[in-house]
Design a protein around this ligand. Structure first.
Ligand code: FES
Length: 239
């Protein structure tokens, strides 16, 4: 159960304005890189991380603490006039890791309070803080699609190979196939190409391709089923 209490009151400290000295030292704890950003915009991905922050504050801190369900205590609120609020060194949500280098990360509320009461006038704390870190997104160049004995052009990442080839006026279909092809539905089996280079830069074979290209070489792809994610060179076999 959460036990929000005024730290200043519980420790018998009265808030005052003369909070003299205060110091801050930051040290990043290497946190595992978040796989999925919490949000993204056009330029950046934003990841939630935790870091360890060391602060030195004068009593009274004026921090409202509450016991965490997982153990230890966190700052639930800051009291006006306390050194924590005045200096801005302690934030709501900070979880206490140590007091004067004594580990309190799993201590209960009463033990933490006792430590704070017996601490000297200037008390050193280490807290764990949640922060949002923005990381500039890597902009990959547009893939280069090259056709043997044909055109080369940059295409948008994830473009459909059939559409790109047709846009470049590559003769993907021959004879009646120009009229009878399925239009990209994966039914006619007429859009196959041979991938000469960069096969690893294409989307994986679909189930349709696995079924329809069973008797073709492994380097063949159905253009209508394939997305271009990097540089690739293809050849249109004679059909
Ligand atoms: S266009 Fe018909 S299978 Fe690709």
């Amino acid at each position: 159960m959460a036990l929000p209490l005024l730290l200043a009151a519980a420790a018998g400290w009265l808030p005052h304005m003369g909070t003299g000295r205060a110091s801050l030292a930051l040290s990043r704890v290497p946190a595992p890189r978040a796989e999925t950003p919490v949000r993204s915009d056009e330029e950046y991905d934003y990841f939630r991380k935790t870091k360890s922050v060391s602060v030195s504050l004068e009593k009274p801190l004026g921090a409202v603490l509450e016991e965490c369900a997982e153990g230890g205590v966190r700052v639930e609120d800051l009291q006006e006039g306390g050194s924590a609020a005045q200096t801005g060194l302690l934030k709501k949500g900070d979880r206490l890791l140590s007091i004067l280098e004594t580990d309190v990360s799993t201590s209960d509320f009463d033990s933490v309070m006792a430590k704070l009461v017996e601490a000297p006038q200037e008390v050193s704390l280490t807290v764990e803080r949640n922060v949002i870190v923005k990381v500039k997104r890597e902009v990959k160049p547009d893939p280069l699609l090259s056709v043997k004995d044909g055109p080369s052009s940059n295409v948008k990442m994830g473009s459909n190979l059939r559409k790109m080839l047709l846009d470049e006026k590559v003769e993907l279909y021959k004879g009646m196939g120009k009229l009878t092809n399925c239009g990209g539905a994966g039914q006619c089996n007429l859009c196959f190409v041979d991938v000469l280079e960069g096969g690893q830069n294409l989307s994986p074979r679909t189930a349709v391709e696995e079924a329809r290209l069973k008797k073709r070489p492994a380097s063949y792809r159905l253009a209508c089923q394939t997305l271009v994610n990097g540089d690739v060179t293809v050849e249109v076999p004679s059909k």
